[in-house]
Design a protein around this ligand. Structure first.
Ligand code: NAG
Ligand code: NAG
Ligand code: NAG
Ligand code: NAG
Ligand code: NAG
Length: 494
């Protein structure tokens, strides 16, 4: 035992290329005794990337998401199209947000008495709405106005996400008169947003030729807005309010064809990680009004969680922010940042084998091979950080850091991502060349970081939960002096 310990220590001391020659516990103790505020230094990796409001506003002026019922031979009663992307990071694109089904906008079931008239149509020269969040249309009975309206509100009730209908007679349209089986000229058009009479398009100028297609009695009815379903794996942080976040950790934005938090959550989950901030952990969805008219639905993504205190953007010029909600991604690891571990006297430096939610263990013959430090100089963010490798440098055994207490809220059979940042630079390139970190899930090796010297780097691996509080995460590695630090561990639903 003793010769080995001496060997390791002398190897560490002899290596001239090393960043530190003392083991992490001794190094920190020495720095701390020389300067008790050494651990205070805020990490320098926290670049502040604020929301790019200018690009969002510029892109709002470029998209056209307004429509009515299609004029072509699209038959009535089709299921609505999925939520579409209409822009991504300032580029106009059109593509479906894959894998979402239309019920993700929330069930629409309600009673017809919940609807109110927004605007009443006119006898002649009327027009249909051209508005955002068009869902689908149908043809309803034109035997009596009351019966048609009843059928139309029923249709809205059964169309997920429907909050508004535009109902109107369309004369001289062959498709309605002769082709579609309903043989009715009373159109019922469902929307996922409320529109007003000022959004009637192509108001026809009179007099029209008697055979021209023309629209009469175009009215709008709306139901009370429902709180959208909270996306799985997220929690509502604030909203709805009329201000959008302007916050650090901004990762970009997308425009959506509908106000659909689940679609925004999916984009956040699939967003590539930021090199210093890691994965998307928060999104802000809001509706842009331009001159008071709904124009698009914005999904802004962030690698850091924020709240209503940074919701300072209420709009600019003709653009106003409405229905802004913030949602944070739930991490199922209690304290993946090791910030709950603090020093007894509120001090800046201490370390231990056990910390809230974590337990460090050593192999037989090893000592303090997996520890949690409260020392900002070692941390990726904040002051807490985990160390794999003997804190005293006195043995070359690998350490194991294990979650303690059940990981609550995991669902059996669902896939989750374990994510963290690791750093293996402590002893310098030569002594860190075999540094490794292994991720074990429920007793099985599920991933390893690339072996060797590495500055703070993001790592992620997916795992399947057994649920019921039985899942266990372990991080193994560090054969001193090949130390690895680990910080910002998250466990997210995929
Ligand atoms: C659509 O979503 C609903 C609600 O989450 C679910 O019950 C249904 O099975 C899904 N349908 C498909 C085809 O995925
Ligand atoms: C809408 O206008 C029509 C006449 O165009 C009228 O008969 C009807 O009562 C009005 N409906 C409502 C709810 O005001
Ligand atoms: C009802 O719709 C049919 C088919 O478009 C049309 O021929 C008929 O004139 C309509 N009736 C009324 C009262 O508008
Ligand atoms: C800020 O943005 C730059 C460039 O996209 C990126 O390299 C950096 O990691 C970002 N920082 C944070 C904290 O998100
Ligand atoms: C930590 O792990 C050791 C070894 O398995 C065990 O004896 C100890 O009770 C654990 N401590 C906690 C707080 O779980």
């Amino acid at each position: 035992m003793l010769p080995r310990r001496l060997l390791v220590l002398s190897a560490a001391i002899l290596c001239v290329s090393a960043q530190y020659t003392l083991a992490p516990a001794l190094q920190a103790a020495q720095e701390f005794s020389n300067n008790p505020t050494a651990g205070d230094a805020p990490p320098t990796t926290n670049a502040q990337n604020l929301t790019d409001v200018a690009t969002i506003i510029r892109t709002v002026t470029l998209v056209d998401q307004k429509s009515g019922a299609p004029a072509d031979d699209t038959p009535p009663g089709l299921p609505q199209a999925p939520t579409m992307l209409t822009a991504l990071d300032g580029e106009i694109i059109v593509s479906a947000v894959d894998g979402l089904n239309s019920t993700d906008t929330g069930p629409g079931r309600r009673s017809a008495s919940d609807y109110g008239l927004v605007f009443n149509g006119t006898e002649a020269n009327d027009a249909a709405i051209q508005g955002t969040a068009y869902l689908t249309y149908t043809l309803v009975s034109n035997n009596s106005a009351a019966q048609g309206l009843d059928e139309c509100l029923d249709f809205c009730d059964n169309t997920p996400g429907c909050v508004f209908v535009n109902i109107y007679y369309e004369f001289n349209n062959e498709l309605l008169d002769f082709v579609f089986p309903q043989k009715s000229n009373l159109r019922c058009v469902a929307y996922g947003d409320v529109h007003t009479a000022s959004e009637k398009a192509n108001q026809q100028l009179s007099p029209l030729p008697s055979e021209a297609t023309n629209i009469q009695h175009s009215s709008g009815y709306t139901s009370a807005l429902k709180e959208p379903a909270v996306p799985e794996g997220y929690e509502l942080v604030f909203g709805p309010i009329s201000a959008a976040n302007n916050a650090p950790g901004y990762m970009g934005f997308a425009f959506l064809s509908k106000y659909n938090p689940s679609a925004c959550a999916k984009l956040c989950n699939e967003r590539g990680p930021d090199a210093s901030g890691g994965a998307c952990k928060y999104f802000n969805i809001w509706r842009a009004l331009v001159y008071g008219l709904p124009t698009t639905y914005i999904c802004a993504m962030y690698s850091a969680t924020t709240d209503a205190s940074t919701a300072l953007n209420t709009g600019q010029g003709p653009l106003s922010v409405t229905r802004s909600r913030g949602y944070a991604r739930i991490s199922y690891i209690a304290d993946g940042g090791f910030e709950a571990y603090s020093c007894p006297d509120g001090g800046d430096f201490c370390f231990a084998e056990t910390a809230p939610g974590w337990n460090g263990t050593s192999a037989p013959g090893g000592y303090f091979d997996a520890t949690v430090f409260h020392y900002a100089s070692y941390a990726h963010t904040g002051a807490g950080v985990a160390l794999l490798g003997c804190a005293f440098g006195s043995d070359g055994q690998m350490g194991t850091l294990t979650t303690t207490g059940p990981l609550r809220g995991l669902k059996r059979g669902r896939m989750y991502a374990v994510q963290f940042f690791y750093s293996s630079t402590y002893s310098g390139a030569e002594l860190e060349k075999n540094a490794f970190v292994e991720v074990w899930w429920n007793g099985a090796l599920v991933g390893s970081v690339p072996v060797g010297f590495s500055p703070w780097t993001y790592f992620a691996v997916s795992v399947v939960a057994v649920g019921g509080g039985y899942d266990v995460l372990q991080l193994k590695g560090g054969e001193a002096p090949a130390y690895s630090f680990i910080d910002d561990v998250y466990l997210f639903l995929l």
